[in-house]
Design a protein around this ligand. Structure first.
Ligand SMILES: [Zn+2]
Ligand SMILES: [Zn+2]
Length: 116
């Protein structure tokens, strides 16, 4: 069955495509393509997954708020993002260190086995 439904969609303020992002600071609407081309940035509200409380900021607001640090909500998104970056960096370091420690252990283990 086909049925015509009238519904309102948001339109990207940059290129007029259907928009799915809305800047939490200045309310500008933006589409996937413009976000992909770095005209805006989305932030997860949780360390491990995205939720309905995720944030989005256009490039202008993102640059401005990241410099001024005056917006509490923006800072809170940024804290989550920074923790995620720290975690990824720690994970990378831990993996590198694990390789060295595991190789060392294997070496000692082989020496012990061979000396029996
Ligand atoms: Zn667009
Ligand atoms: Zn904005």
């Amino acid at each position: 069955m086909k049925k015509e439904i009238n519904h309102t969609v948001n339109i990207c303020d940059l290129c007029s495509q259907v928009s799915y992002y809305n800047c939490s600071n200045c309310n500008v609407d933006m589409c996937h393509d413009c976000v992909k081309h770095h005209h805006g940035k989305s932030y997860n509200s949780s360390l491990y997954f995205s939720t309905a409380q995720d944030g989005f900021y256009c490039k202008k607001c993102d640059d401005m708020l990241s410099k001024s640090k005056s917006d509490k909500l923006y800072n809170a998104y940024k804290d989550i993002q920074n923790l995620k970056l720290e975690m990824l960096e720690f994970d990378k370091c831990a993996k590198n260190k694990a390789k060295i420690l595991e190789a060392n252990l294997l070496n000692l283990y082989k020496k012990l086995i061979n000396s029996i």
